[in-house]
Design a protein. Structure first.
Length: 81
C-alpha cells in the first residue's frame, strides 16, 4: 500500500509541476509592426520580398530595411555577420 501512495503522490506532484510551466501566447491583431527588405542591385530575383543576393566572396554590401512600428520615427543600427 505504501508503494501505491508513493506513486500517487509523485504523479500528483509531477502534474502540479507541469502546470506551473504552462506558457501563454498572446497576439494582437491591431499591431502595426512590420519589416520590409529594401531590394538593391545584388538581388537575384526582383519578384520576391526577401534578399536572395549575388555577392562575391569577400565582398561587402550595405543592406537596408524599412521598419514600421507605430507612427513615431525611429532610427535603428542593425549589424549582421
Amino acid at each position: 500500500m505504501k508503494k501505491i501512495n508513493k506513486i500517487l503522490f509523485l504523479s500528483l506532484i509531477s502534474l502540479f509541476l507541469v502546470s506551473l510551466f504552462e506558457t501563454v501566447h498572446v497576439e494582437s491583431s491591431t499591431g502595426d509592426f512590420s519589416i520590409e527588405a529594401v531590394l538593391e542591385g545584388h538581388q537575384k530575383d526582383e519578384n520576391i520580398s526577401y534578399w536572395w543576393l549575388k555577392v562575391k566572396k569577400g565582398e561587402s554590401i550595405k543592406l537596408n530595411l524599412i521598419i514600421t512600428n507605430g507612427n513615431e520615427e525611429n532610427n535603428f543600427e542593425i549589424a549582421a555577420n
